[in-house]
Ligand binder design. Structure first.
Ligand SMILES: NC(=O)c1ccc[n+]([C@@H]2O[C@H](COP(=O)([O-])OP(=O)(O)OC[C@H]3O[C@@H](n4cnc5c(N)ncnc54)[C@H](OP(=O)(O)O)[C@@H]3O)[C@@H](O)[C@H]2O)c1
Length: 201
């Protein structure tokens, strides 16, 4: 990876999915631990381990613990239970689909529009600021240079406690998620020989 990217170290490397059996997952983690010890990786992370506790627990038994846990998280799915789990192990939560993957129901939500108007900011900026004030690491995606510029302009204002509460009240729990993977099935795709996938999650 270092050769391909032309760099001497990587800030962060994840295991993207807990796919496959536990031995395979732990073997991959041990390779990452070795790269960490050699200074090739500065921080190790896990992603989407929130639905597969056997894999999460296996990683937590290893010598180097994950510093980052990437999960789906946005105002419609605020992931309280998983956040508590991360806190228990002192792991930083990083949110994927932080803008709900651009879902217009989220980007046009009245609560957010009112808060945006009060701060003369866009709804997207309000959502990103909410993530930051919640203590999340947040990775909004955009292919639009104007949006990318807009999305970094969130450090010159602060949401009030009341506004934070209004956004917290938008939480729909697990049903607010867009992409709740069936890891058992997903893991089956990565076993050898692969299990047949029926196309459903
Ligand atoms: N670990 C995982 O399993 C996992 C799963 C999904 C995603 N991710 C990661 O999460 C990150 C974000 O995912 P994502 O990009 O799919 O979702 P997202 O950040 O929630 O939403 C991106 C959408 O928001 C729009 N957007 C961004 N800034 C905007 C702005 N200022 N105004 C209006 N619209 C704006 C983008 O459109 P424009 O391009 O037009 O700006 C795009 O349609 C990526 O790095 C992705 O790789 C990880």
């Amino acid at each position: 990876m270092l050769d391909r990217l032309g760099v001497e170290y990587l800030d962060l490397v994840y295991l993207h999915h807990p796919a496959g059996d536990i031995d395979t997952i732990v073997a991959a983690w041990r390779d990452m631990e070795r790269a960490y010890r050699e200074g090739k990786i500065r921080a190790l992370g896990i992603s989407n381990f929130d639905n597969r506790m056997d894999a999460f627990n296996a990683i937590m038994e290893q010598e180097i613990k994950p510093q980052i846990m990437q999960i789906e998280c946005h105002p419609f799915a605020q992931r309280q239970e998983t956040r508590e789990l991360a806190e228990q192990y002192n792991i930083q939560v990083e949110c994927w689909y932080p803008l709900g993957h651009g879902d217009q129901r989220l980007l046009n939500a009245e609560t957010l529009e009112a808060i945006a108007a009060a701060h003369d900011k866009s709804v997207v900026q309000i959502i990103i600021r909410w993530h930051i004030q919640e203590g999340f690491s947040v990775i909004p995606g955009s292919t639009n240079p104007d949006h990318i510029e807009e999305n970094i302009e969130i450090f010159d204002f602060e949401l009030t406690d009341e506004e934070m509460e209004q956004i917290r009240a938008m939480d729909q729990g697990e049903s607010g998620r867009y992409f709740n993977l069936n890891y058992d099935m997903m893991g089956g795709m990565f076993t050898n020989p692969p299990r047949e996938w029926d196309g459903g999650f």
